[in-house]
Design a protein around this ligand. Structure first.
Ligand code: DP6
Length: 356
């Protein structure tokens, strides 16, 4: 291996979370997805990670210390250590490093926003920047985002989609050029202008810890009797959604997005445990949104993560009307009237390398 051109430094990245329209639910081994997924990268919900590193060629075991929001967080620390251990196969220089990792989210933990996506996304970007600083270039990859997407996937599947702005696909699919099981690709060149400024208002029905973690949920698909049909269906829906996104077909977009959210929750309900993750207030919101859409003909629809909180998606052109509707009719169903406003985002940003 090349000798490093420097032996210590500090790197920092901000990485946003993302919300899937076609869901990743079911995987094999190190996050190889059982179906392709398609997401929108967010702008305001992000993690910032700063990594200080020291290189010592006589050290043969990576050494890490970790602070999350200025505190220690044992479960997350274990997950990060496992991740760093796994990616050492691709990045043998890691074993010579002493790392001090500091991370913080700018959104509440249980808001129904995937914090593992932004957390592993920002850490993978930091690891790639360290490689560049140490050796002047990345090994085996032409560009930083591509390599970071590959690495982030090993930490958390959905994290690989957060490396790019706008619309992103992860998982092999015939209608997406260069798509791969191993990393995500941006598809912004084939998005109609009406979808380019999508808004995402997240209505917090409950901030309780998730009843089914993503890892457990993916595992439940292994014994789900509908899993094969599900994977075929996800492929089909992705084909149709790609066409709708290209042609500006809002009607199709709404139909596919809502059916996909309900399919995710149906799969969860039909898996071992028969979990119902939606709360009565989630259903009231869904009913109200559909009624509002019929009465006003405004293009607003919902999607869901594996929890009770509801994401409302709509173009910027109707922001004022939809937000008035949220304030007047939906906040009564939210815990302490909480909601978070976000929108389609610009992707990760490298930060000046100061501490958080
Ligand atoms: C419902 O990416 O959190 O949000 O790969 O086990 O870390 P791991 O799972 P994760 O799963 C996300 C599931 C989902 C749908 C999606 O984001 O596509």
């Amino acid at each position: 291996m090349n000798q490093p051109i420097k032996t210590k430094g500090r790197v920092a990245w901000r990485c946003p979370s993302n919300i899937a329209l076609i869901k990743y639910w079911g995987k094999q081994r190190e996050q190889l997805p059982n179906n392709p997924s398609l997401s929108i990268t967010l702008q305001n919900a992000f993690t910032e990670t700063v990594v200080s590193y020291t290189y010592d060629k006589f050290q043969n075991d990576i050494s890490t210390s970790f602070l999350f929001g200025q505190k220690r967080n044992k479960p997350f620390e274990n997950r990060i250590n496992e991740f760093l251990l796994k990616i050492q196969l691709q990045l043998p220089f890691l074993k010579h490093l002493k790392l001090r990792i500091e991370s913080k989210n700018n959104f509440p933990h249980s808001a129904g926003i995937a914090s593992s996506a932004s957390a592993f996304g920002s850490l993978a970007l930091c690891v790639c920047s360290i490689e560049q600083e140490l050796f002047g270039q990345l090994s085996d990859h032409p560009e930083l985002e591509g390599k970071a997407s590959y690495l982030a996937r090993i930490g958390s599947g959905s994290a690989c989609r957060s490396m790019y702005k706008g619309y992103v696909v992860w998982g092999k699919h015939p209608s997406v050029e260069f798509s791969s099981q191993l990393y995500a690709v941006p598809i912004n060149h084939s998005i109609h202008p009406i979808f380019q400024k999508m808004q995402d208002s997240i209505l917090i029905v409950s901030s309780e810890k998730k009843k089914v973690s993503s890892s457990d949920g993916h595992a439940l698909m292994e014994r789900n009797p509908y899993s094969l049909i599900r994977y075929q269906n996800a492929n089909l829906k992705l084909t149709k959604l790609m066409v709708a996104l290209k042609n500006g077909d809002m009607q199709q977009f709404i139909e596919i997005t809502e059916s996909e959210a309900l399919e995710l929750h149906s799969l969860i309900a039909l898996s071992v445990g028969n979990h119902i993750l939606l709360r009565p207030n989630s259903l009231y919101i869904i009913e109200k949104v559909r009624k509002f859409r019929i009465e006003t003909s405004l293009p607003v629809c919902f999607t869901l993560d594996a929890g009770p909180n509801v994401h409302l998606l709509y173009p910027e052109s109707v922001k004022k009307d939809v937000q008035n509707f949220i304030r007047e009719e939906l906040l009564i169903y939210c815990e302490h009237s909480q909601w978070i406003h976000d929108h389609i985002g610009q992707g990760p940003v490298q930060l000046p390398n100061q501490s958080l």
